[in-house]
Design a protein around this ligand. Structure first.
Ligand code: DQA
Length: 137
């Protein structure tokens, strides 16, 4: 089973960025823990701060992979293009967020991803990614 974890803008700063919201673990370290936890899953990881690169990656894997775990970060709340890409591909996409976006500012309550997603997992810290992978098994 091939699953891509796709992270959007500023998630390369996990561990340093607002640790009170996002925790103090880097995604690279967490990704190693996920690989160890799911040895039978072929997990890959891509992060970009650029909207078009995220769309390109969804298109690239979206007809062959078994799942995409997508945290589009701030683009969640703005990007019609990423939302359309999620709807355009065959691979199911699970939308994840580290924080509970509904407990935060109003602009974070809107998602352009959710209507095309298989499901949404948010508010469980980095464990949101683990739960999303489990949803594909
Ligand atoms: C986030 C929530 C977004 O509102 C924010 O812009 C992020 C991270 C989360 O994982 O909690 O960058 O997607």
């Amino acid at each position: 089973m091939q699953i891509l974890i796709l992270n959007g803008p500023n998630l390369n700063l996990l561990g340093k960025r607002e640790p009170e919201v996002y925790g103090s673990t880097t995604f690279e370290d967490y990704f190693k823990a996920l690989q160890a936890k799911f040895p039978t899953v072929e997990l890959s990881y891509f992060q970009s701060n650029i909207e078009g690169e995220i769309i390109g990656k969804i298109q690239e894997v979206g007809f062959t992979y078994d799942g995409i775990v997508l945290n589009a970060a701030a683009y969640t709340h703005t990007s019609v293009g990423i939302g359309d890409a999620v709807k355009a591909v065959e691979t199911p996409v699970v939308e994840v967020h580290i924080s509970n976006t509904h407990k935060r500012e109003d602009f974070r309550h809107v998602s352009y991803i959710s209507s095309g997603a298989k499901g949404v997992i948010l508010g469980f810290g980095l464990q949101s990614y683990d739960l999303a992978i489990q949803s594909f098994l």
